[in-house]
Design a protein around this ligand. Structure first.
Ligand code: PSV
Ligand code: MN
Length: 424
């Protein structure tokens, strides 16, 4: 399904005057805004294929209606998002949940929707039908070499799928760890994991990146073999220049200073990518920015500062992806809100007066530094984000248009109300 262009035009036409009034006020305060707008136009956030269906918890899954039944329909859903916001131009696949039946057709379909393939994700946290060995006791850390080998081979297969689709990065998240003291020899688990990752690393094409994602706990509750950014950095450093740490916002212990982690990883040239979501307690996988928009802004503030310090291209040099999946909202509405929150935080970070902040820091003027940051955070930059969307051919108010066109109802009409998307 595609949205007819005239629907977007009509919607924009209706909102244009009000939009221009708001944008003018903002431009007067923060002129010139052209550079910021171009950066917003360039910035794309990948959508994970598993976020298009309603997620569940271990207590159950309450399916939404009109969920995509196939990879083709997932691509169509991301295409709709991208048409509405022009900032969701990539899809990230999880193998084996989303193995393409016909690569050429899938690529052509993605192309039709203006989408590229972001990082491919391996899955050694679940047992699959027909698999020889179980991952109950871990995958790359496993005491049995045959299990480790199976996990390595799976990752090699994922790289092959990625190559075929035109992806250029592999994300490895391992559920490996232990739930009871004494269950695991930590050092051996690390060494086994490193050796397995090295075999995968050796198969990476030259221009590829490998993202090593860490997570504090869950599904294991005593130790995780890639449990924090220090461990991930250790693996990434030992692996080599194509390996990087991936930060998932939901994978820290409560109150961790994620912005500081980001800053130091960037300093070391070892920050690879991001998984955006929001949480109150753990890996809650809630809509990005729904709970802690200030933290999100502070993270972007460090990202922009750190990327600029290294002369990096904001849009291209890091992998940007949403990783959220919960069981209440319409997934497409949720994703529109997440992308909007990300763009707002990014726009705010771009508006920070870096010179003045640096001066405040040099003078130990803590109050001035706070004023500077909170001044930007409390500025309503939504007109800027909307202007970037407008220039790219998207909708001024994507969620409003999604609802007024009855897109979910149309999807339910096509797909039915009892469909279940593959994924979590
Ligand atoms: C694990 O919690 C994670 O964040 C990893 O990125 C997985 O690939 C994804 O969620 C889906 O399980
Ligand atoms: Mn993740």
């Amino acid at each position: 399904m595609r949205i007819e262009k005239y629907h977007i035009d009509e919607h924009n036409h209706q909102l244009l005057l009000q939009h221009q009034r708001r944008l003018n006020c903002l431009s007067q305060e923060y002129a010139p805004i052209e550079g910021v707008l171009q950066k917003l136009l360039d910035f794309q956030v990948a959508i994970p294929s598993w976020a298009l269906g309603t997620g569940g918890t271990r207590f159950g899954r309450f399916s939404g209606k009109g969920e995509p039944r196939s990879l083709e329909e997932k691509i169509e859903d991301v295409g709709l998002l991208h048409q509405l916001n022009r900032s969701s131009g990539a899809i990230s696949l999880h193998i084996p949940w989303d193995i393409p039946t016909n690569v050429a057709q899938i690529k052509a379909l993605a192309d039709e929707h203006g989408l590229i393939f972001d990082a491919v994700n391996s899955n050694t946290f679940q047992d699959q039908k027909g698999q020889n060995y179980s991952y109950k006791w871990g995958s790359m850390q496993h005491v049995d070499k045959r299990v480790r080998q199976q996990a390595v081979e799976h990752n090699l297969e994922v790289i092959e799928w990625g190559k075929a689709l035109g992806s250029d990065s592999l994300t490895v998240w391992l559920a490996d760890g232990s739930s009871f003291p004494g269950q695991l020899n930590f050092r051996r688990a690390f060494e086994n994991t490193l050796e397995s990752l090295q075999q995968v690393y050796a198969a990476l094409p030259d221009h590829w990146k490998m993202y090593v994602e860490y997570k504090a706990y869950e599904p294991n509750f005593y130790s995780t073999t890639v449990g924090d950014w220090g461990q991930s950095l250790l693996y990434a450093t030992k692996l080599g220049p194509k390996a990087y740490t991936l930060v998932d916002l939901g994978h820290h212990l409560p109150n961790a200073n994620i912005e500081q982690i980001v800053s130091l990883l960037l300093m070391e040239g070892k920050l690879g990518g991001f998984h955006f979501n929001d949480s109150k307690y753990g890996d809650d996988d809630l809509t990005t920015g729904c709970l802690k928009p200030y933290q999100l802004f502070l993270i972007f503030n460090e990202l922009v500062e750190g990327m600029d310090a290294r002369g990096m291209n904001h849009a291209r040099d890091l992998g940007w992806m949403i990783d959220a999946s919960h069981n209440l909202k319409d997934p497409l509405e949720d994703l529109l809100q997440s992308v909007e929150a990300i763009m707002i935080a990014y726009a705010q970070a771009l508006l920070v007066d870096r010179k003045a902040l640096e001066e405040a820091q040099q003078n130990n003027d803590v109050a001035a530094a706070q004023e500077l940051l909170q001044g930007v955070f409390r500025t309503d930059v939504r007109p800027l984000v909307a202007e970037a969307r407008l220039r790219a051919g998207g909708a001024l108010q994507p969620l409003q248009l999604y609802r007024s066109l009855g897109l979910r109802e149309q999807l339910v009409g096509q797909r039915g109300s009892k469909t279940v998307a593959s994924g979590l």
